[in-house]
Design a protein around this ligand. Structure first.
Ligand code: MN
Length: 499
């Protein structure tokens, strides 16, 4: 005889409700159906979904339960396995929380769906049900398999009755405008600025696609997020966030460099073990077939908190209302890149840089367009000595400096072929670096080679001179996720406190 619900659990340890009376499991073929159903998402040793249907055991409502590894199918055709397990007490339907390690079914439990249901067919080994939940709407057919054990059932979709989904929003993240000082204001929320690569995760019931901010798919670069959708309590969603590489408790763009530029699958798999990345989610554009673009930021944040079942690799960004200055001070102390202020009530505007999202940086670093390179000396005579970088103003790409430090052997090795590939005879700058500046260490720029302005480099610098040049610039890494035309001279001025 299989163990009952109470026999399997230690109620002094688990927060799950205890069954008050128990008379053995009902016979699904003959028991009187109730009207309530729910589906739990259960992050046990193996993720599965628990379908629970209300039936009556005498006068007591109980939840007849099936563990469904792949959830109820959303397509007709192939059925999914559904293992009939012990009846659960009716109170279990509202349970959401953590079953502590060492206990039966240890792991996170979330309510994936709930609503009403009706039984359309009820026969020995067969049950046809119509679900009317928040997410699951339609008719499913459950049947005992002829092979396998008695507890093995299959569930097949007969007919989906979900409303038509909204069209997907443009896959272009909303941007923040740089300002020079933090502020306090109760009409705003403030969050840390995460120093990594901006990424949209397009999640379906069974797959995740990662898109960089310039519209390239980067799923293969970050295999750790292949199953990001399994960490979300939804049918589908588009999550906005940042992929970061943590180092001593804070994101390190330099550390992320070793991941960003990898192409080869073997290199990626090997490096992933040494430098795992984290997806930090901070916004939600689409959920369960509905576009959230017009929903105010504070509501999107709330939905995001409910959506993500966090673990070490998938996190949700913290944020605080009102206190921008305190968060900025904390960001300085923890050497975070900066903070982002978001205005309460604001919608999500794909691709737009407006005044509803503002960023304040704690460090002088900027993304700049590489327009050329100059020949190196000594050990670097076969490669480049410095990168010639610029930023866009109204008149075009303005040369802002020559970056000669911050490169490791490895980055030089990585960069040189890219520079060769993009070589062109045409100078991309509107101002000639040979006339307007000196190279690294005050030496004139030697033998410049021009490249097509397609690479974006992250550069740290001390200040901007009165003639608009970087003082003491140092290379931090390439940022392939940032479109070159988004590297603005006006941002440099604000960063330097000139504008
Ligand atoms: Mn379970």
């Amino acid at each position: 005889m299989a163990k009952t619900y109470n026999e399997k659990r230690k109620f002094e340890e688990t927060p799950e409700p205890k069954a008050r009376s128990f008379r053995g499991d009902v016979d699904v073929a003959t028991a009187t159906p109730g009207t309530t159903f729910m589906i739990h998402q259960h992050h046990a040793r193996r993720l599965h979904y628990d379908l629970r249907l209300e039936f009556f055991n005498g006068k007591t409502p109980v939840l007849v339960s099936w563990a469904v590894p792949k959830n109820l199918p959303l397509k007709t055709g192939k059925p999914n396995l559904a293992v009939h397990v012990e009846d659960h007490p009716f109170d279990y339907g509202s349970f959401s929380g953590t079953i502590p390690a060492g206990n039966y079914g240890a792991g996170e439990v979330r309510i994936f769906d709930r609503g009403t249901y009706e039984v359309l067919e009820q026969e020995p080994g067969k049950l046809t049900i119509r679900l009317d939940g928040d997410r699951m709407k339609g008719v499913w057919h459950l049947f005992q398999t002829s092979k396998g054990e008695e507890k093995d059932w299959l569930v097949r979709l007969r007919q989906l009755e979900r409303p038509d989904p909204d069209p997907l929003p443009p896959l272009d993240p909303m941007k923040a405008t740089l300002i020079d000082e933090p502020f306090d204001d109760d009409a705003w929320i403030f969050e840390p600025k995460w120093d990594g690569v901006r990424t949209l995760a397009i999640c379906d019931i069974d797959k995740t696609i990662l898109m960089s901010r310039n519209g390239n798919e980067v799923s293969a670069t970050y295999p750790e997020f292949e199953k990001l959708h399994d960490r979300l309590v939804c049918i589908d969603a588009i999550v906005d966030g940042e992929i970061v590489a943590m180092s001593k408790g804070r994101p390190s763009f330099e550390r992320l460099q070793s991941r960003i530029n990898l192409q080869n699958e073997r290199d990626i798999q090997r490096t992933m073990k040494q430098i795992p990345t984290t997806f930090v989610a901070f916004d939600l554009l689409y959920l369960d077939g509905r576009s959230l673009l017009k929903v105010p930021i504070e509501e999107r944040k709330e939905l995001l908190d409910q959506l993500v079942v966090v673990n070490e690799s998938v996190q949700v960004s913290t944020y605080i209302p009102g206190q921008g200055k305190a968060l900025y001070d904390a960001a300085c102390e923890q050497r975070l890149e900066g903070i982002v202020a978001k205005k309460l009530g604001c919608p999500y505007r794909p691709g737009r840089r407006g005044r509803e999202w503002l960023k304040v940086k704690t460090v002088h670093d900027a993304e700049l367009v590489v327009g050329g390179w100059s020949r190196g000396e000594g050990s670097r005579s076969t490669s480049f000595g410095s990168l010639l970088v610029g930023a866009y103003a109204e008149d075009g790409l303005r040369f802002v400096g020559s970056v000669g430090t911050g490169f490791s052997e490895k980055t030089i090795e990585l960069l040189m072929p890219r520079l060769r590939e993009l070589e062109t005879g045409e100078m991309p700058f509107v101002t000639d670096p040979r006339k307007s500046a000196t190279g690294s260490f005050g030496k004139p720029i030697r033998d410049p080679h021009w490249i097509r302005p397609e690479l974006v480099a992250k550069v740290e610098f001390r200040e901007l001179t009165s003639t608009g040049k970087l003082r003491a610039p140092s290379f931090k890494g390439l940022d392939p996720s940032k479109p070159p035309q988004d590297c603005l001279f006006s941002e440099l001025e604000i960063l330097a406190g000139v504008g």
